[in-house]
Design a binder for this molecule. Structure first.
Ligand code: SF4
Ligand code: MG
Length: 335
């Protein structure tokens, strides 16, 4: 039995300006050749600046959109091959928690109805069954049973996000995809929600794909981290390795630019110069080269491929993760 989730060379291009895919229409390269795997009970974080393709990956995993290329295997089965009724079952195995718990919860339903609704899409519940299920789910996310009678508007931001999590839990998924799930919350509430997610993982063995732009959050919750830049993974490593020793220059600048930088970490200067380039017209070669302090000539020409390092992480960088041949090129350039 292989990994719970395997993503192979996932790619998504959109024609610019809507659905008419005429020839020569510029395309947005939202996700480019992304691969990773996820085991039961594991948390993979996907980090990067806004527009780097993180949310597109979430939508591809949930099969809300179809990939241009590549595959998503859930328990070894290609989700693109699923028929409609099988897709319903796949949705049971994979659930999503969104950034804004308010807009993702139906304002006219009570909290109890909101969290039991996914189950009721599969089976009819009596009022007693519904209330018992609601009470159990509320308890799992640390909310009092009385809350089941309230409307979302009567709850705090943290309570609403707990409700979003309870709703995702209701179908007992193997994987929860959380897209910026704590970004809208106060810092103290963020910590409570992260701890709740980690407790649920311990108890229920749930795996998370945790999408965030916040490195502090990622360091807290992640087992593995994929760093994305303009639609591509540039570094994928165990969380502790990534934070102790970032290898890709983009990872390094991200960590150094984080609000509470580690003063013992010295390396590239701590600021990211310039804007993220457009995914419609990405820079040639390594897309990071216009912002990279280490760029050499070859970075402007060749797209670096992911290279496996001694500690098992993968990195796409001509300078920091060179193949042997590339290494000799760089030495000769430096001389
Ligand atoms: Fe910088 Fe070149 Fe590495 Fe890209 S490939 S991150 S431009 S050194
Ligand atoms: Mg997003």
């Amino acid at each position: 039995n292989g990994p719970l989730l395997t993503v192979e060379n996932l790619t998504k291009h959109y024609p610019l300006g809507g659905g008419f895919s005429k020839r020569n229409t510029p395309v947005i390269r939202a996700v480019q050749d992304v691969s990773f795997s996820l085991e039961a009970g594991e948390t993979l974080c996907i980090v990067g600046e806004s527009g780097c393709g993180k949310s597109t990956i979430a939508r591809l995993l949930m099969r809300l959109i179809d990939p241009s290329e590549g595959r998503v295997l859930l328990e070894g089965i290609d989700i693109a091959s699923l028929k409609k009724h099988e897709l319903r079952n796949q949705r049971r195995r994979m659930q999503m928690v969104f950034q804004d718990p308010y807009s993702s919860l139906n304002p006219r339903l009570s909290a109890g109805q909101i969290i039991t609704e996914p189950v009721e899409n599969f089976q009819r519940l009596s009022r007693t069954q519904r209330e018992a299920l609601a009470a159990k789910l509320l308890q799992q996310v640390g909310l009092a049973p009385e809350i089941m009678h309230r409307l979302p508007s009567e709850l705090s931001g943290g309570q609403r996000q707990r409700l979003g999590i309870a709703r995702a839990l209701s179908l007992m998924p193997a994987i929860i995809i959380a897209d910026e799930a704590v970004s809208a919350l106060d810092v103290s509430v963020q910590a409570q929600i992260l701890n709740l997610l980690m407790d649920l993982q311990q108890e229920l063995g749930i795996a998370f794909v945790f999408i965030s732009h916040d490195l502090g959050v990622v360091e807290h919750i992640g087992h593995k981290v994929a760093v994305m830049y303009l639609g591509r993974i540039v570094e994928l490593a165990r969380c502790e390795d990534l934070f102790a020793n970032p290898v890709h220059p983009y990872t390094e600048t991200l960590i150094a630019a984080a609000p509470v930088p580690d003063p013992t970490h010295r390396g590239l200067e701590a600021r990211l110069e310039g804007e993220v380039p457009s995914p419609v017209n990405p820079p040639t070669g390594c897309a990071f080269h216009p912002r990279c302090p280490l760029a050499v000539d070859r970075c402007r020409q060749d797209v670096p491929t992911l290279h496996t390092m001694a500690d098992g992480r993968v990195v796409a960088c001509h300078v920091r993760a060179p193949t042997i041949r590339e290494n000799s090129d760089i030495v000769s350039e430096a001389l």
